[in-house]
Each structure stands twice: as structure tokens, then as C-alpha cells.
Design a protein around this ligand. Structure first.
Ligand code: GDP
Ligand code: IMO
Ligand code: MG
Length: 427
């Protein structure tokens, strides 16, 4: 059985955690392939709510092996506290595997993230402040620290000293902060080594052998397509590749193994942090989406910016990820609107533009062109099949599907595992 990728089709927070958890019971491995604890995936199981940041959402399914791939950046203190938090709630986390090649977020990466944002002032990205960008920068600069380095004290010391040589110059001379002592960082990191050891594995080998043995492997993206470092709204993006190709590099699995790429798509749009967002609403509709949808960040507690559905973005996500399916989430949140506007194209400098402009300057002043679809007022949270939905809700879904370029194979009508309408099976 081949591999599936599940990723965000917008700016993150589309409901990836819920979708992954839903499939978790039927797959053998769930793999995070990029990002770190900037992610916040909420999973609701019965009356229990879990907020996962670094751990794959498959950790809640006992039959499934959760994997943190080489493309992820790992903050060991966050990882250990997330694990102990789950253990206290009775979740068995012993099957977790962590790639020895994953890079480590150290305290100096977190400091650099925060001071860099402060230094940018009005031009800030609005990062989560978790050290993500600086850790990936060090990885690319070849001065990063990897999980495997925790098991060689001499190498670890050399690497931390080398990294801090330059960073301390920046911290003290440019950012006017105190220098960070290398020996303290080394001591802290070594303190995590033994606790992490049972989980560290050659995850590339494990996953490829699993695929050869016909096991089902699900790759769970963090963030979303428009936050991708290459394909997103740069520079207002995260520092990794949440798009489908990231699953190959971030887990060491070839593209020929991937047979399905599922885009998680919210029935409207949200964004956290700075950057362009053509359909953003500043009126009572935006406020209502935020309130009804509970649109507040799981990681930083920031209110999410809210707006109508944007089909230009959905088409773009289909293209850059090669999406085979969509999982449309939060349709229930739209219940009660008489009319629902959907952005079908942009107006840029007086011209109608059907596809996402490659120029950021154009995207920054793109104005949405809306088509208005009739809404519905019936409660849809108990709907179990497509035909249970009111006609107007069915038509809304069909219209989105037509505009977005891939079949909508599942619909979320509530946060719970079973509040889902399955149209085409994913497995
Ligand atoms: P992720 O980062 O993509 O995993 O998404 P988040 O967990 O950050 O945000 C999605 C939020 O919507 C969470 O609070 C979910 O519990 C919730 N959610 C997911 N699917 C649905 C749905 O179909 N309906 C409703 N009402 N809530 C949903
Ligand atoms: P999930 O997995 C929404 C945003 C931040 C900021 C930008 C860069 O829950 O969908 P970073 O700390 O990554 O350098 O911040 O990316 N961002 C997210 N927005 N959901 C997320 O994750 C995000 N992870 C990062 O708000 O704008
Ligand atoms: Mg989230």
C-alpha cells in the first residue's frame, strides 16, 4: 500500500490534526516531515481535546507509529513536555520514532527569532517565536545541531561553540542583548540526550521498509501551502516546505511512492501573522467567522485573521501540490449566513486575474472578485452523508469543488472525529 500526504491548502489551521487523527486508526505510520512546534494541531476525541505541536497527530491512535522525520526541527524541551503531558492523560507514546538527522532548536535559536522580529519592527513576519527560522537558517548554513549530535559530546561542544561565535557577536553588537554561554547550552542539550535516546532511529530506513512491506504511511504537513518558503507569500511564510515535495525530502521517501495528496481546505479562509490576504474581512462577518469558528491560534493564542473562501488560492494549492483530493473542513461554521461570497478571481490594476500572480507586489494589492452563493440555516453537524446536507450547502460544496480543481472527498461538519462526511474513501 502506498503513501499519502495530507497538507494544508491555505495559510495553516485548516484542520490537518483532525483529518490526520481520523485516518490514524487505519494507517500504520503518521510522519511529520517539516516545521516544528510552530504548528498547533487540535484533535477532539470524544470529550477530550488535545493540542499537538511537534508530535504527529497519529500519536493518539494506538495502532499507529508516529514518526518525526529528518525535515522537522525539534525543540527537545517542548518534545519532552508534550510527551509527558500525553502520558499523564494515559496516551502511550512509546512507539514514537525521531530521525537522528532532524535539526535541534536550541535556546539561542529561540532568542534569535524573538530579537530579529523585534528588530524588524513594523516589517515583522509575526512568527510564532519558537526559533523555527533561525534553526532552518543554520541547517542551510551548515552550522546546525542535529539530534545525533547529542550522542557525541565533543562534536556537540564544537558545533555549539562555532554557532555561538557568530551569534553572540550579533546578539551583543547588533541586537544589544547578552551573550549566550556555549557550555550552558551544551549542558542543557546533553540533559535531554538520555531521555530522547529510545526514540532515535534511522527513520528513512524504517519508512522505506514499511512501504516495501505494504504498510500505509501518512505524511502530515504542518502549516500550509501559502506559508511554504518557496511557494507561499514570501517573506510572510515559514522557513520550510509544507507543500507535497517537502514530504519526500523531509522523510526520505521517493515521489514514486506517493499515490495520494490530500489538501485540507477550510470552507472560508484564515491567516495568523503578517502578510497579504485578499479576502480578509474587517467587518462583523469577519468577527462572526472568528467567533463561530473559534479562530484563535493554538500555539500563540493570537486571534486569526478571517475572510471568505478564496478559490484562486485553492486552485494554486491543487497545482503546486498535485492534489488528488480535498478535505473540506468547518462547513458547519458557515451555517446561518443568507448569502456566502466566494472569491473566484482577483482584480489587479483594473484587470481580471484568474490565477495567483507570481509577483508579490501584485498579490499585495489584489482585490477579490466575488460570486455570491445562497446560504443555509439548518444545523448540519449531525449530517452523515452528502445527501443529509441542505441543498444550498450541497451546492456550496459542489461550487467550491468545481472552482478548486480536485474532488472534495470528505467534509468536516464539526471538530469531533466522527463529525465528518466521507464521500470518497482515502484508503
Ligand atoms: P491544524 O493546524 O490544521 O491542525 O488546525 P487547528 O487545529 O489549528 O485549527 C482547526 C480548528 O478547527 C481546531 O480547533 C479543530 O478542532 C477545528 N475543526 C476541525 N475541523 C472542523 C470542522 O469540520 N468543524 C468545526 N466546527 N471545527 C473543526
Ligand atoms: P499549523 O500547523 C498558522 C505562521 C506564523 C507566521 C509565519 C512564520 O497549526 O497550521 P514561524 O514561527 O513558522 O517562523 O512563523 O508562519 N505560522 C502558522 N500559521 N498555522 C501554523 O501551523 C503556523 N505555523 C507558522 O504565524 O506568520
Ligand atoms: Mg493549527
Amino acid at each position: 500500500m502506498p503513501a499519502l500526504v495530507l497538507l494544508g491548502a491555505q495559510w495553516g489551521d485548516e484542520g490537518k490534526g483532525k483529518a490526520t487523527d481520523l485516518l490514524g486508526g487505519s494507517v500504520d505510520y503518521v510522519v511529520r516531515y517539516q516545521g516544528g512546534n510552530n504548528a498547533g494541531h487540535t484533535v477532539v476525541v470524544g470529550d477530550q481535546k488535545y493540542a499537538l505541536h511537534l508530535l504527529p497527530s497519529g500519536i493518539l491512535s494506538p495502532s499507529c507509529t508516529p514518526v518525526i522525520g529528518n525535515g522537522v526541527v525539534v525543540d527537545p524541551s517542548v518534545l519532552l513536555s508534550e510527551l509527558s503531558g500525553l502520558n499523564e492523560r494515559g496516551v502511550d507514546t512509546s512507539k514514537l520514532l525521531i530521525s537522528g538527522n532532524a535539526h535541534i532548536i536550541t535556546p539561542y535559536h529561540v532568542s534569535m527569532d524573538k530579537v530579529a522580529e523585534r528588530f524588524l519592527g513594523k516589517r515583522k513576519i509575526g512568527t510564532t517565536g519558537r526559533g523555527i527560522g533561525p534553526t532552518y537558517a543554520d541547517k542551510i548554513n551548515r552550522v546546525g545541531i542535529r539530534v545525533q549530535d547529542l550522542y557525541d559530546e565533543s562534536i556537540l561542544t564544537q558545533k555549539v561553540e562555532a554557532a555561538l561565535d557568530v551569534k553572540n557577536q550579533m546578539l551583543t553588537k547588533l541586537y544589544n542583548r547578552r551573550a549566550i554561554a556555549a557550555d550552558q547550552v551544551v549542558e542543557e542539550l546533553l540533559g535531554y540526550a538520555e531521555q530522547l535516546k529510545p526514540y532515535v532511529a534511522d527513520t528513512v530506513l524504517v519508512l522505506n521498509q514499511a512501504l516495501e512491506d505494504d504498510k500505509v504511511v501518512l505524511f502530515e504537513g504542518g502549516q500550509g501551502t501559502l506559508l511554504d518558503i518557496d511557494h507561499g507569500t514570501y517573506p510572510f511564510v515559514t522557513s520550510s516546505n509544507p507543500t507535497a515535495g517537502g514530504a519526500c525530502t523531509g522523510a526520505g521517501v521517493g515521489p514514486t511512492k506517493i499515490s495520494r495528496v490530500i489538501g485540507i481546505l477550510k470552507a472560508y479562509t484564515t491567516r495568523v501573522g503578517a502578510g497579504p490576504f485578499p479576502t480578509e474581512l474587517f467587518d462583523e462577518d469577519g468577527e462572526a467567522l472568528r467567533r463561530i469558528g473559534g479562530e484563535r491560534g493554538v500555539t500563540t493564542g493570537r486571534d486569526r485573521r478571517c475572510g471568505w473562501f478564496d478559490a484562486v488560492i485553492a486552485r494554486y494549492a491543487t497545482r503546486v501540490n498535485g492534489l488528488t483530493d480535498f478535505f473540506l473542513t468547518k462547513l458547519d461554521v458557515l451555517t446561518g449566513w443568507e448569502q456566502i461570497p466566494v472569491c473566484v478571481a482577483y482584480e489587479i490594476d483594473g484587470k481580471r486575474v484568474e490565477e495567483l500572480p507570481y509577483s508579490q507586489s501584485d498579490f499585495h494589492h489584489a482585490k477579490p472578485i466575488y460570486e455570491t452563493l445562497p446560504g443555509w440555516s439548518e444545523d448540519i453537524t449531525k449530517a452523515k452523508s452528502f445527501s443529509d446536507l441542505p441543498k444550498n450547502a450541497q451546492n456550496y460544496v459542489k461550487a467550491l469543488e468545481e472552482m478548486s480543481g480536485a474532488p472534495i472527498s470528505a467534509i468536516g461538519v464539526g471538530p469531533g472525529r466522527d463529525e465528518t462526511i466521507e464521500i470518497n474513501s482515502f484508503l
